[in-house]
Design a binder for this molecule. Structure first.
Ligand code: SF4
Length: 253
């Protein structure tokens, strides 16, 4: 499915998701620099540990200036609970160093009014800042209409058939940017992640209870495979023992 048909299908799926999960509230906006550092801390860890690491960092170094001036080992130690502490502490200090050098102050507030593509490219130019991180900063902090794709959304989009099964995360980002209406980016992002955590899990998706089941390619494939298996089993000649009526013992057990 392509073009207008696919756009209609995505809209129907998003409507179903909204009906099942509701419109998620927007969390209070942080300044873009705070959001960027929070998003760096979120890589490869749970929201809980990301928040723990962020709180520990802010407690120990109440200003970003303090983080910039701190010893790398101290920053690393402080955010250890969030995992990948060495990589993340380096990325954070590098980001701060460059912003201070280029802008003279530790702020990214100019991203709120910068043309969208320039703002995205600027964020992407930092080492350790990928497409998802850049878009999360623009969506959550600046309220810009962009759609970040995380690992849950990438998996769900392929299972649903919104993108080809072999699509890369980059391809999914491009495709969904054209498919998700700009006024639905926030709700769609938050609700799809909730669906990915609760229902469309990586290993054992709970398709029977999923609100998106009616149009899902993966669920339809699983149904067809089950039906084929049932047909194959029923057409197989049954062994003699199974054809015999229950004997005295069989009847009991
Ligand atoms: S029907 Fe199953 S595979 Fe499809 S989106 Fe829902 S949980 Fe995922």
């Amino acid at each position: 499915m392509r073009g207008r048909g696919l756009r209609r299908r995505v809209k129907e799926d998003l409507d179903r998701l909204d009906r099942a999960l509701g419109r998620p509230p927007r969390r209070p906006r942080r300044p873009p620099l705070d959001e960027l550092i929070l998003t760096i801390l979120s890589q490869n860890t749970s929201d809980l540990n990301r928040d723990r690491a962020y709180r520990a960092l802010r407690r120990r170094f109440p200003s970003w200036e303090g983080v910039l001036r701190a010893r790398a080992a101290d920053v690393e130690e402080t955010i250890r609970v969030g995992g990948l502490a060495r990589t993340k502490s380096r990325a954070i200090q590098e980001v701060l160093r460059r912003i201070r050098r280029e802008r003279g102050a530790l702020s990214l507030d100019h991203l709120r009014t910068m043309p969208m593509e320039d703002a995205r490219a600027y964020l992407r130019s930092f080492r350790g800042v990928g497409e998802k991180t850049a878009r999360c900063v623009l969506l959550f902090s600046c309220g810009r209409p962009v759609f970040p794709v995380d690992t849950h959304i990438h998996r769900i989009a392929r299972r649903l058939g919104w993108v080809p099964a072999a699509a890369t995360p980059e391809r999914t980002h491009q495709a969904l940017a054209a498919l998700i209406p700009s006024d639905r980016c926030h709700a769609a992002h938050v609700n799809l992640i909730t669906l990915g955590r609760r229902t469309c899990r990586p290993r054992d998706p709970s398709c029977p209870s999923c609100p998106l089941r009616p149009g899902c390619r993966f669920a339809a494939g699983a149904r067809q495979a089950r039906a084929r298996g049932d047909r194959a089993r029923s057409s197989r000649p049954r062994p003699k023992s199974a054809r015999r009526g229950p004997g005295i013992d069989r009847g009991l057990y």
